[in-house]
Design a protein around this ligand. Structure first.
Ligand code: AMP
Ligand code: MG
Length: 397
């Protein structure tokens, strides 16, 4: 591990190799959290017709103030059968089609209905309480751009604009492989020297959250044949993420077996703490990530290198982590050699967002990391950062 890459260099090497997967057309109903492969345009004007913003009376503004004859009643989805005449008003519900001839709506709260007439005391201005046709978006205009993730609001916007199917890159299929002879599944009884396996579940959860469909491979001991068999299966999918066995010990088999199976290693070693021995390679179209076994290293390396790849395969326009800014609540020492992603908690107060590092920053301390809601980015360098300085952080989902 002679030269360590910077985080940004390593991310660039990953993204160069993470091309968007083939496009499929899917029902909007199933498109939550998918990324658009093409711009989605409005199929209709929105609103499609001038509609009332209030329950009230549709009138000609020039007839107000005054007493008007009620010429009809309009509900949402039930337009008037004839235009509004001079001296007339029509009762109209919110969302009702404003009839031809009307150019204002007077809210029900400010009128007095008397039999078949309505008294309007004030002058109505032209356009009052009318949502003009296409005031939101015009037919053919952009509703959601390509590369954008479809959250609930965007799904709603597309449905409103008449879109029922969208073009999205396929969801990546990912394999997760946990390696280590010391690992037991939770629920089993531990023998001396054993620990519970946690990375497989954690990585599967991170992959699933990022949009991949996940295939968890059986846990493998530090045995060559078992590694070979499991890795071969993982190489059939779009992404293989393994944990453990990428350091320099005699039992660290992952990189050697991967190389033997034809994986071209792109890098091994990034100047980041935790996560330094992370390995990345490719095998045909499969992206192959070897994450270090310490659980916090796995967690962090996933966020920095694997999540961007999963998002890029889905065609995300901005696959890299989105860091935010916060004010340090307590001073911290910097690491001269490696940028650190420290487990931290954020706090919102009158001055904005403050951030504080948690105790227990070692890379095996996953229970401590569970308290974190953020990874604070502490850039490598000499000296300390004082309370009150601004640093960047990555929110943890
Ligand atoms: P390794 O990267 O295989 O040298 O593992 C580094 C440390 O992480 C060791 O203490 C392992 O026991 C631990 N470890 C490796 N894989 C896992 C896992 N899947 N779950 C929990 N701990 C692990
Ligand atoms: Mg190991």
């Amino acid at each position: 591990m002679a030269v360590l890459l910077s985080i940004e260099e390593a991310q660039a090497l990953v993204l160069e190799r993470a091309r968007s997967l083939a496009t499929e057309h899917i029902p909007l109903e199933t498109a939550l959290d998918r990324y658009l492969a093409r711009d989605a345009l409005a199929l209709v004007d929105l609103p499609p017709f001038p509609s009332s913003a209030m329950d009230g009376f549709a009138v000609r503004a020039s007839d107000t103030p005054g007493q008007l004859a009620i010429a009809g009643r309009i509900a949402a989805g039930r337009p008037a059968s004839s235009p509004l005449g001079t001296g007339e008003a029509m009762a109209i519900a919110t969302g009702g089609l404003v009839p031809d001839g009307a150019d204002a709506v007077v809210p029900i709260e400010v009128v007095v209905e008397k039999g078949n007439n309505v008294d309007i005391a004030d002058v109505a201005s032209v356009g009052a309480h009318i949502r003009p046709r296409a005031g939101d978006v015009r037919e053919g205009e952009l509703v959601v751009g390509r590369g954008t993730r479809l959250g609930p609001a965007r799904l709603g916007a597309l449905a409103a604009a008449g879109v029922d199917r969208v073009a999205c890159a396929a969801r990546p299929r990912a394999a997760v492989l946990a390696t280590g002879s010391e690992l037991r599944r939770p629920g089993a009884t531990l023998r001396p020297g054993e620990i519970y396996e946690s990375n497989g579940l954690m990585l599967a959860a991170q992959l699933g959250q990022a949009g991949a469909s996940v295939d968890r491979l059986p846990l493998v001991p530090d045995d060559e044949a078992a590694h070979r068999e499991a890795i071969r299966r993982g190489l059939e999918l779009d992404i293989l993420v393994s944990s453990g066995g990428v350091s320099v010990g005699p039992h660290d088999l992952v990189r050697r077996i991967e190389r033997e199976l034809g994986v071209e290693e792109v890098f091994w070693g990034v100047a980041v703490k935790p996560g330094k021995p992370v390995a990345f390679g490719v095998h045909g179209k499969t992206l192959v990530f070897g994450l270090p076994g310490n659980p916090v290293s796995s967690l962090v390396a996933f966020e920095l290198f694997v999540r961007p790849a999963v998002l890029a395969l889905q065609g995300a326009a901005e696959p890299l982590p989105h860091f935010l800014s916060a004010t340090l609540l307590r001073g911290i020492r910097r690491n001269p050699h490696r940028t650190e992603l420290a487990r931290a908690r954020t706090r919102l107060d009158d001055h904005g967002i403050g951030i504080e590092l948690l105790g227990g920053q070692e890379s095996h301390m996953i229970a401590r990391a569970a308290e974190a809601d953020a990874l604070a980015l502490v850039p490598r360098g000499e000296g300390a950062l004082g309370a009150g300085e601004t640093i960047r952080y990555l929110p943890l989902g």
